[in-house]
Design a protein around this ligand. Structure first.
Ligand code: F0G
Length: 460
């Protein structure tokens, strides 16, 4: 018998209390947080959809592994377990543990970046772009055109535009391109997958031009599930084999274990090039920790090793992708402009369409994030001109390509009733749209401003 209900393929063994705040309380909390949800305290939040990163519920197997954690400084058995798990999956010979994904990015991109260098990606994630620009290099986003049309269906909106890639190689010269980075799934572009055909083409272009090809692979299990569902020729393959095939096309990867390793902290850099690995390892030891723990405790490394196995369990991946789709579907049927199809780890709302009366210069995504918190205690994240806006020489905002709000779903944390509640909160927001005003930034740092910027509401 086939059932339509996708149940959570786990039982709950330990629970965490949620404090149910009132709207009046949240109004004060939001003002105290300068209208920036990143500045809220977690206890002030009912449903936390700020990120899927480091927020996974660990399994009993992972907790058991934590007890086994070997905290030896050098050569810990927990490192051997993590290294074996990463090598079995990626087949890359040189693996450097890091405390999280951005540390791996920092090691690699400061090494190969620097002034005059160019990086090209389907879309650079914020920490990726920040690390590249911090080195003095330039980061160019090169998403396939269909990735920029929020409402039109395309199976692989995370693809990199290979026509433009060739143009950029001609314009900047292969020798100046430090790396091409394929982010799977494309987080900043809506959690959308890249196809194997696209990864293969990018790989071939890079090979024939002598350019390094790096995967930002932190959601590669989710990406593999989409490939199996949507790309001809993959329906009989396991998601793990699909991921392995994708790793085989690249020269290395950066990986945040806080996503598809189901861990609360951790990451790694994995490379084929010995010379480069040695250079990165030297900096690793100076900045992160010795090369057999890189800023991680033994128990973290155990959790990562086990998580990398569990994430490829097919019943888990089916539940994971379908439960995200469930929220997107529900919102879409209610008339909420949702980036379509749903991403793997998150549902993205097109805030420009939701609040069509708020100009990008007044940050419609920030307005939506604040309303969701105010009305329902839901915390989420703007991925638009607050995160990616730039200023021109006259100090005018150059808006981001899209004004999105991301509802990121932590792995194995919320049940269907939590998700139904989120949809219900949107009902109130839909009725109240005209009354909502945009925001002005009152203070901001030079890099990654969305984390700490302070805002002021316009119009009242
Ligand atoms: N690359 C991608 C595609 C990411 O989504 C992230 C983190 C990183 C790199 C950096 O990894 O956090 O372990 O240092 N994304 C989180 C998010 C923060 O909310 O999407 P990290």
């Amino acid at each position: 018998m086939n059932f339509n209900t996708i149940i959570e393929p786990f039982r709950i063994k330990s629970v965490e209390r949620i404090l149910l705040t009132t709207e009046a309380e949240r109004r004060d909390f939001l003002r105290e947080a300068h209208f920036n949800p990143f500045l809220l305290r977690s206890g002030q939040v009912i449903i936390d959809l700020l990120t899927d990163s480091g927020t996974s519920a660990m399994s009993s197997e992972q907790w058991a592994g934590m007890m086994r954690g070997d905290e030896s400084y050098a050569g810990a058995s927990s490192w051997q377990r993590m290294e074996t798990a990463v090598r079995d999956l990626t087949d890359y010979p040189y693996i450097l543990p890091t405390h999280q994904g951005r540390a791996a990015e920092h090691l690699l991109y400061t090494r190969i970046g620097g002034p005059g260098k160019v990086f090209i990606s389907n879309t650079h994630f914020d920490t990726t772009r920040a690390n590249i620009e911090f080195s003095g290099a330039t980061a160019i986003d090169c998403p396939a055109p269909e990735g920029l049309q929020p409402e039109t269906y395309h199976p692989f909106k995370g693809n990199l535009d290979t026509v433009k890639l060739r143009e950029y190689i001609g314009r900047y010269g292969a020798a100046n391109i430090a790396a091409v980075i394929l982010t799977v799934t494309n987080n900043s572009g809506g959690g959308q997958p890249a196809s194997m055909a696209n990864a293969r083409e990018v790989s071939e272009i890079c090979k024939s031009n002598g350019i390094r090809f790096i995967l930002d692979a932190c959601r590669i299990a989710e990406n593999a599930w989409f490939i199996r569902q949507r790309e001809p020729g993959f329906d009989k393959k396991s998601c793990r084999d699909i991921a392995k095939e994708m790793f085989s096309l690249a020269d290395g990867c950066v990986f945040s274990a806080k996503k598809d390793a189901l861990a609360n902290i951790g990451g790694f850099l994995a490379l084929r090039d010995l010379e480069l690995a040695i250079q990165c390892r030297t900096v690793l030891i100076i900045t992160e920790g010795y090369s057999t723990y890189g800023g991680l405790s033994g128990r973290d490394m155990e959790a990562i090793a086990i998580g990398l196995e569990e994430v490829f369990q097919e019943d888990y991946l089916e539940y994971r992708i379908k439960s995200t789709e469930y929220l997107a579907d529900k919102l879409r049927r209610m008339g909420v402009p949702v980036l379509w199809p749903a991403g793997g780890h998150a549902v993205y709302i097109d805030a420009k369409a939701f609040y069509s009366h708020i100009r990008p210069e007044e940050y419609p995504g920030q307005a939506l994030a604040c309303e969701l918190y105010l009305k329902g205690g839901i915390r989420c994240c703007e991925i638009g001109s607050v995160m990616f806006g730039k200023y021109d020489e006259a100090g005018r905002l150059i808006p981001a390509a899209m004004e999105l709000v991301r509802l990121a779903i932590p792995r194995r944390v919320y049940t269907q009733s939590h998700i139904d509640y989120v949809a219900e909160v949107f009902t109130g927001l839909l009725d109240d749209r005209a009354r909502v005003h945009g925001f002005r930034i009152v203070s901001e740092p030079p890099f990654l401003r969305h984390f700490t910027a302070r805002f002021e509401r316009l119009g009242n």
